[in-house]
Write a protein that binds this ligand. Structure first.
Ligand code: SAH
Length: 465
């Protein structure tokens, strides 16, 4: 280890920045952000910098006297001779000095920081590769969300109380792990501090409440793992058990915590590996065993996902749960297929319906669907395609209305088949699209030619009318 990482308090202390350019400005900003008073010395200083509160601007060349009363110095001029002079004079006076981009002249180096105050991550490659450091920072950005600030402040608020209530340090550690990894933390991160506080109080009152199972009902999006939310990913990496069905793509299931047990609960059309009631009961049982259960669902859990029924059962049993929205097939698939769901010229409204057949018919409000300037998105509609097209024509849509079937949208196997209400049922019989498929009806389908955007990995096949 070449450097000792420490966090220095510069609150109300005088720090010196030598230089008046962009870099100097940035460094002054960091120091001010940490509560320092900043003296800036340069032959020219922008008014936007000089006029800031807590800034003392000295328009002059650097001289030793500017070091008077200073706690630390940053030299950010583009003149090496000046930087060298600052470094030597500062070090002779035991003042910590940093010269930007010149580690040899530094007594301390500035780390890259990820500021989630009061939580602060600082890291450095010791000057070996600033680019690598920046890349690491980008990675950390995505796994430590902004809202961790709130979480750290929340934890700080209860630190003393927890210390008094749970005197055993080992138990206290478990308490905090549970609070900061569980539903309490998720409530804070979601901005609901009142509920988080109530839960925390409950945990503090009764140590039996500390290790409790919980269920995360998480929308996994339509297939491409890139379409997961940060929250989904975070919960996936925390789960003890993953309960998933057909629609969740394999690469996504693989992203869940490696040690987690995986339970497949199936559900293809007419081939229900587990009935819905059995799934509901399974979730309850696992949570009661104290497990963190990840219930992964395709798309969004509340859109044709029966997510509502699952959490109803959980609520009846008093089990903690949270719901994480996902990108529903309609938005994910349409985006990847180049079909905007609404458009000034083609559709001012958009309706999602399920085309699930019951006793060979589709029970839908056809008058509401067969309207001009509207997009209709049909989930689970392939088997009823013929009925769908016929009914829409019967209820007044021109038989030339464009319609698309998107097979396995957003995945490597995405395929778009387009036609009209009159022609598509015939085309589909020949093309035999593979489930899952989404049907999109309306003028917006014609925009696809202009707007289709493919991820490079998608070798998309398209068949047109
Ligand atoms: N909750 C899910 C929908 C579940 S219903 C969501 O919000 O997306 C299952 C139906 O969703 C499928 O029959 C199909 O119509 C549609 N679907 C889901 N993923 C799809 C995909 N990748 N491509 C095409 N259709 C998809």
């Amino acid at each position: 280890m070449d450097y000792l990482p420490i966090f220095v308090s510069v609150k109300n202390k005088l720090c010196l920045v030598v230089g008046g350019g962009e870099v100097a400005k940035r460094k002054a900003g960091v120091l001010l952000g940490a509560g320092a008073r900043v003296r800036i010395v340069a032959p020219e200083i922008e008014p936007s910098l000089a006029d800031l509160p807590h800034v003392e601007a000295i328009v002059a060349r650097f001289e030793a006297q500017h070091l008077e009363g200073v706690t630390l110095v940053i030299a950010a001029t583009n003149n090496r001779a000046v930087n060298l002079q600052v470094s030597e004079l500062a070090q002779a006076r035991n003042i910590q000095v940093n010269v930007v981009d010149d580690p040899g002249l530094c007594s301390f180096i500035m780390p890259a920081i990820l500021d989630r105050s009061p939580l602060m991550v600082a890291f450095s490659s010791g000057g070996a590769s600033p680019v690598l450091t920046r890349m690491m920072r980008g990675k950390l950005e995505s796994i430590i969300p902004q809202s961790y600030s709130r979480l750290a402040a929340f934890a700080e608020r209860f630190r003393e109380l927890a210390k008094r209530r749970i005197t055993n340090p080992a138990k206290r550690r478990i308490f905090w792990e549970n609070a900061l990894e569980g539903v309490v933390a998720e409530k804070v991160l979601a901005g609901d501090e009142d509920s988080a506080e109530a839960m925390l109080q409950q945990m503090l009152e009764n140590e039996d409440n500390i290790r409790r199972g919980e269920v995360y009902l998480v929308g996994a999006g339509p297939g491409d793992p890139d379409l997961l939310t940060f929250r989904a990913l975070r919960l996936m990496q925390k789960a003890d058990v993953v309960v998933y069905d057909n629609l969740v793509s394999k690469p996504i299931v693989e992203m869940a915590r490696r040690e987690a047990q995986r339970i497949f609960v199936g559900k293809k059309r007419a081939d229900h590996t587990m009935r819905q009631e059995e799934i509901n009961e399974l979730l309850v049982r696992l949570a009661k065993e104290g497990k963190r259960v990840l219930r992964l669902k395709g798309g969004d859990p509340f859109i044709f996902g029966r997510g509502g029924e699952e959490i109803e059962t959980l609520a009846e049993h008093g089990i903690l749960f949270q719901v994480v929205p996902g990108i529903t097939a309609a938005s994910g698939v349409s985006a990847y297929a180049g079909i905007p769901l609404t458009h000034r010229d083609h559709a001012q409204s958009c309706i999602f319906v399920t085309g699930h057949l019951k006793d060979g018919s589709m029970n839908l409000d056809w008058d509401a669907l067969a309207r001009p300037k509207q997009t209709v998105v049909v989930y689970m509609g392939l088997h009823g395609l013929e009925i769908l097209c016929a009914e829409l024509i019967n209820h007044g849509l021109p038989d030339t209305t464009p319609i698309a079937i998107v097979q396995q949208g957003t995945t490597q196997n995405q395929r778009v088949i387009t036609g009209t209400l009159a022609t598509l049922p015939g085309i589909a019989q020949i093309e035999k699209p593979q489930a899952p498929t989404l049907i999109i009806v309306g003028g917006v389908v014609t925009l696809r030619k202009k707007l289709a955007w493919f991820k490079p990995k998608l070798s998309e096949k398209s068949v047109s009318e």
